[in-house]
Design a protein around this ligand. Structure first.
Ligand code: G6P
Length: 368
């Protein structure tokens, strides 16, 4: 069918804006909204109650979705998780138990390293579940179970809507496996399902930060390096923010766990390098706040992504604030992904770069 940019200048912008709809559609596929429960549209290929660990593999942004999922599987399913870069996993000859579960994550379902990781896991007797956006892909065909993301075709080379749909699928899987393992009760499941159901509406609200992001992008476009910091699920999101910015604006960026600031990157803090702190109000916010104070105390250029209360508290210290709606902490990363993507997009646009077709990158890396 016809794929066009609608009213947007680039596919990437269109795909960022589609997220409330496609994340909503993906969630609806995995949740029984009226019952307030997870309802997977397939049977798991393993007995979740007997799993001793879970392996997740992917490349690029899909790998980062796996890093975030680790927090959810450990918290909601009490299941230890190994998250692996597919190209490392496939050549390391990792010991895996026959009958265990490996989850592969890939927008295209064709990435050579992820496909090789799938075959490697299968050869070791693992059951394989693929989270893919292309239902007819090789990975989908070779998997025991396919968990689709319903993002629709993603044209922009840098993944956006596929990423948040992968997160939606992972969140539902973590709750389903958590329930099967007796790690969450019905009440907790209902609360978390209702938090998930609120996400599409909150993403739509988060998109309203676009004009603030455009102003910020004009500053970021002038710098050489950017540091992203976060704790908890905001840590993988910091990695994703840095990856997105590198991919499409070619500005050097790094994502760090905020607690690691003092173990290296603080040496880089000066008045030039923006330090973007992803700081939703969650269980570790006070720790993140102390990292923000460390940056401010060294004359750093603090850029805050947080809720109204936080941006009010840091009005004097932050060079800029991107204000997010108040969100339940467990899945805040899906909402905070929106400004992360918009920062990269608008910086690329200000710099006159082609956000849809960045140099040297391919949408799908089907050769090694
Ligand atoms: C390429 C794309 C990335 C993507 C990665 C993995 O590097 O530029 O946006 O995250 O491949 O692709 P996959 O199709 O496996 O998700």
């Amino acid at each position: 069918f016809l794929i066009d940019k609608g009213n947007h200048r680039h596919f990437m912008a269109k795909e960022i804006y589609e997220q409330p709809e496609v994340v909503g559609r993906t969630l609806a596929h995995y949740l029984d909204m009226s019952a307030g429960r997870v309802a997977l549209p397939f049977d798991l290929p393993v007995d979740a109650a007997r799993l001793s660990r879970l392996t997740i593999c992917g490349c690029g942004t899909a790998y980062i979705a796996g890093l975030m999922a680790k927090y959810w599987f450990e918290r909601f399913a009490l299941l230890p998780v190994d998250v692996e870069i597919a190209s490392e996993f496939r050549y390391r000859d990792p010991p895996l138990d026959a009958g265990g579960l490996t989850i592969l994550v890939s927008q295209s379902g064709e990435t050579a390293d992820t496909l090789a990781a799938l075959r490697c896991a299968k050869a070791k007797g693992q059951k394989v579940l693929s989270i893919v956006n292309v239902a007819s892909s090789t990975m989908a065909r070779e998997s025991d179970v396919v968990a689709p993301t319903l993002a629709g075709p993603e044209i922009g080379v840098a993944s956006t809507k596929a990423f948040t749909c992968q997160l939606a699928v992972f969140a539902a899987l973590a709750l389903a496996i958590g329930r099967a393992r007796g790690a969450i009760d019905g009440e907790t499941e209902a609360r978390l399902v209702s938090d998930l159901m609120a996400i599409p509406g909150l993403m739509a609200q988060a998109l309203k930060c676009e004009s603030a992001v455009e102003a910020l992008a004009r500053d970021i476009a002038k710098v050489r390096d950017v540091l992203y910091l976060g704790r908890g699920t905001s840590y993988p999101l910091a990695l994703e923010g840095a990856l997105k910015l590198k991919e499409i604006s070619y500005i050097h960026a790094e994502g760090y766990a905020a607690g690691e600031l003092k173990h290296g990157p603080i040496a880089l803090v000066d008045g030039d390098m923006p330090v973007i702190v992803i700081a939703p109000t969650d269980a570790v916010i006070e720790k993140t706040v102390s990292n923000m104070q460390e940056v401010a105390a060294r004359g750093g250029r603090l850029i805050l992504i947080g809720d109204e209360a936080l941006s009010h508290d840091f009005a004097g210290e932050a060079a800029a604030s991107i204000v997010m709606p108040n969100v339940a902490p467990d899945f805040a990363a899906l909402i905070y992904a929106v400004p992360i993507q918009l920062i990269a997009y608008h910086t690329a646009v200000v710099m006159g770069k082609d956000a849809d077709q960045p140099r040297n990158l391919a949408k799908s890396v089907t050769v090694e």
